[in-house]
Design a protein around this ligand. Structure first.
Ligand code: ATP
Ligand code: MG
Length: 396
């Protein structure tokens, strides 16, 4: 590996992990390796060093494209395509000039400002002096360039370390979070809406592995509606890796509810069944918690009272990562992660099939329990769990 081009990956929160830092860094490096291989950038040399991760290849590649791929790995704070130089001012200056000449040609850069950071404090010159010297060498080597300390076209950084130094101009932001696989596994209740894919993504970003369950009311809901959910699941899987999706027809339960319970309570009853079934599936799959896209006050079934009634039916912790977000922010997140366009496709969801005209917004648990006494809850849940069909969602 004698390419001078290299990618510097900064680890964000992983850096704060104290004694567990090597564990998190190792998993993060593995995730980067895996993602690069899966996206066709195989043969990467991925090394951890002094709290950073360095990625390089022994062949010429567009490092910007590689950086984009790495930016999707949870736990990555930012990435900079860089050039490596020996830790002496001549070598640093020489590489800085080459890098800036390239940028003049590629982007028409006219102004710059030099900045230096010295991880190696034993180096005899201070950071501002290093920046000044590097700046002077660049001015000499790139006649068209000028220094602009207030509004430069590029910031030219040098990160001076004990053995090697790294020179770079760009910083691509990652999502942050924690490496996938460092925080258990959750079962997302995945509908075709905007919220639940975002909820899954947010938990995966904190290192949680994902499994999913989707409820449909076929033939009231169409095959196309299910295909849409599979598509959403695939987008989520492009961040968190492939996962199992349990698919369950909840229509027999909805029909029982409609027959035996007050119309205004329909959605709350359906929600309670969804949670019960999800918990059973989670237990079977050795998943430790449930995840939903619920959001306080968004609809009748998500008022504070309704959430209490829904929540009380399961023992397992229920993660609701969107609970306090505003819809506009959830939508912006959906746009950012690429699920929005699919989510807004107009296919019916099982919840809309028997939507009451005037749903109760302040359900009382005692009332709900009274109506539920008309149903054979256990048998209905058991039959639903029995009918579980598992789909393999492919992902990176
Ligand atoms: P979303 O945009 O995710 O559909 P929503 O705003 O439509 O959410 P609800 O339909 O009330 O809200 O559902 C709340 C949550 O319940 C969803 O975020 C999801 O976690 C779960 N849920 C709803 N419908 C289904 C379904 N058909 N299959 C699985 N989970 C569902
Ligand atoms: Mg929905």
């Amino acid at each position: 590996m004698n390419e001078k081009k290299i990618l510097i990956v900064r680890c964000g929160e992983v850096a704060l992990k104290g004694m567990n830092k090597p564990y998190f860094e190792r998993i993060l490096a593995e995730r980067i390796r895996k993602r690069l291989t899966a996206s066709g950038f195989d043969g990467a040399d991925v090394k951890r060093h002094e709290g950073l991760i360095f990625v390089r290849f022994d062949r010429g590649l567009e490092y910007e494209d590689v950086a984009k791929e790495i930016s999707k790995v949870f736990g990555v704070a930012s990435i900079s395509p860089a050039v490596e130089a020996e830790s002496n001012l001549d070598a640093i200056g020489e590489e800085a000039v080459k890098l800036m000449l390239e940028l003049i040609e590629k982007r028409g850069v006219k102004t710059f400002k030099a900045e230096a950071k010295r991880a190696d404090k034993s180096f005899p010159i201070t950071s501002p002096e290093i920046a000044k010297m590097m700046g002077a060498k660049v001015l000499k080597g790139c006649k068209v360039l000028k220094v602009d300390v207030h509004n430069p076209d590029v910031l030219l950084h040098v990160d001076l370390r004990h053995d090697k130094s790294y020179i770079y101009t760009d910083k691509l932001q990652g999502f942050g979070g924690l490496p996938l696989g460092t925080n258990g596994k959750g079962l997302i209740l995945l509908s075709g809406g905007i919220d639940s894919p975002v909820a899954a993504w947010m938990m995966a970003k904190r290192g949680m592995m994902i499994e999913a369950v989707h409820f449909h009311s076929y033939p009231y809901t169409s095959e196309r509606a299910q295909a849409k959910v599979e598509e959403l699941a695939s987008i989520v899987a492009s961040y968190c890796g492939g996962f199992k999706m349990h698919v369950i027809n909840i229509l027999p339960i909805q029909e029982e509810i409609v027959k035996n319970c007050p119309e205004a309570e329909t959605t709350i009853h359906v929600r309670r069944f969804m949670m019960r079934i999800a918990e059973k599936i989670a237990e079977k799959s050795k998943v430790m918690m449930l995840i939903t896209g619920e959001n306080l006050g968004q609809v009748a079934s998500q008022t504070a009272e309704a959430l209490v009634v829904t929540d009380s039916v399961v023992k397992m912790p229920v993660m609701r990562p969107l609970i306090a977000m505003d819809k506009v922010d959830i939508m912006a997140k959906a746009q950012e992660i690429g699920t929005f366009e699919t989510s807004i496709e107009p296919y019916e969801d099982c919840c809309t099939v028997f939507l009451p005209k005037h749903p109760t917004t302040k359900p009382k648990l005692e009332r709900i329990l009274q109506s539920e006494a008309n149903l054979d809850v256990e048998a209905l849940v058991a039959a639903a769990v029995e009918s579980d069909t598992i789909i393999d969602i492919k992902g990176i």
